[in-house]
Design a protein around this ligand. Sequence first.
Ligand SMILES: [Zn+2]
Ligand SMILES: [Zn+2]
Length: 321
Amino acid sequence: MKCSTLYILSLFIITGASHAHDVQVPASIEHSPLDQVTKHIHVVHGTQALPSPQTRGFMNNPAVITTRNGVIIVDPGSSEEIGRQLLEKIKNVSDKPVIAVFNTHVHGDHWLGNHGIRAVYPSVPVYAHERMIERINAGEGQEWIKLFMDMTKQAIEGTKVVAPNIGLKGGETLKLDDITLRIHHTGHAHTDGDIMIEVVGDKGLFFGDIVAANRVPNSDVPEDASFKGTIKAIKLMLDGSATFFIPGHGLSGGREVPESSLHFLVKLRESVTRYYMQGLTDFEMKEKVIKDLSEFQDWHNFKEIGRVISFVYQEVEHDNF
Ligand SMILES: [Zn+2]
Ligand SMILES: [Zn+2]
């Protein structure tokens, strides 16, 4: 599976599948503002372009939750440098120390920046789903470093694997200083080890990559995903108490942010299921499914939908076997 991840992401480099309409978002973290989105949450809304020498690997939404006596970081980006730059930005909103770091899932754009935070705060606890920690300890961390070194032409040089050290299962309520966090895990979704983090007092929810605004869900590493599980996770969170949502990529907002990912995924599964029932193979249905989903053609990674259809097809086949 790891090899195919590398292969698929390498294909992006070769085919240049990043998108011209990303230009409205600054590519590097230095030029991206730390936006306040709720009372205690600030987010750097990153570029949706894939890692390159120009972005120095930056492609996610690093965030900070301010507490009375500290700050909590969520997903500190994809290199030591980006983690350190995030710390610089945080100085504009708080002069308090980092008391915890959370990683939403194992994909390198979200957690390789742990190194930059631990370089300054050597004993800060880093929380993640226990399955993510298992995968990193089994060697996946090094593979992400290698991939990002290749994609950025060595711009993340020096970044080391700093695995999370506190494992979560989902269902925990954590009181950190004056902030209460509720950890959600609803089974295999974007990966087999996602956490979603609810900042209870703010009614804010970090989705990780279970939701990516204006981006084809699960399209970067579809072999890691359960499309069905992603639908389940989004529905459960929409039925919960959060009202403001921070996606793993793209802009934060109200219910419309997760609802649009959900709409895409439901439509995709319905379309693939319909043609499967008619006896079409994934290859034969591809153009029909693309037509059914044409309202999403401006989304990031829409060009990758053929690959995504194959994985959804396998799920539908499995469900009907
Ligand atoms: Zn991801
Ligand atoms: Zn991501």
